[in-house]
Design a binder for this molecule. Sequence first.
Ligand SMILES: [Fe+2]
Ligand SMILES: [Fe+2]
Length: 256
Amino acid sequence: MYLPLMSTLSLPTPPDLTITPRDRRFGREAPTPRLWHGGRVEATAIYNALSATFPAGEAFFVESVRKFRDGAPPRLAEEIKAFTTQEVVHSREHDAFNKRAAEAGYDLSQLEARVEGRLAMTRSRPPIASLAVTMALEHFTAILAHQLLANPRHLAGADRETADLWRWHACEEVEHKGVAYDTWLHATRAWTRWKRWKVKAKLMLIVTRNFVVDRTRGAIALMRQDGVTGIPALSRDPPCSFQLPQWQAGPGSSPG
Ligand SMILES: [Fe+2]
Ligand SMILES: [Fe+2]
């Protein structure tokens, strides 16, 4: 069904959506293989680079959203509570996953320091800036999560327990994808539409640039730890487990 642009921009969170925290633990029974993604250096590096950002990043999301929960309508307040619980457990599980990656021999310290640096810079600004950054990054995680769940190829061949960790995280990211945005709408309810758009658009551009550059740098740094360097090495195998969505492929092209 066709929806005019303004309608799609103002679609509310579905009234029947329930955010359900699922306190799961992964990978405690056996060591995680170093190249857990089917023995592939590149795919393992991309996911590990993302995971390195989660413990500090998701703690920052929680802190940023909770600063605006006072005075929130009851439903939003409940959603913020469930969002917080989900993100805290995600942080715990990715912290555990990152420790297993370290035990397998990876040094994530530079990647973690980079994230801490970005977050420190954001925290030095007014709290509404942190909420806007959270809203933008939650948008990113929801896009990635949706893609991860929609296309089983992304985790094909991966260590089962680790694949389950990523799928569980992806489910909950899709489930709570509107919370930071709804909190932003509540926090900026006295702003003009133009001011909201201006701040949102500017932050999204900055966050998009930083997300793509930092995650790419992080993945390259981890590949280097497996002895994979340079452009020829990056192109020896699919450099990324994320495939183009079908609508981007040409007519009649096969996903393979
Ligand atoms: Fe999360
Ligand atoms: Fe999230």
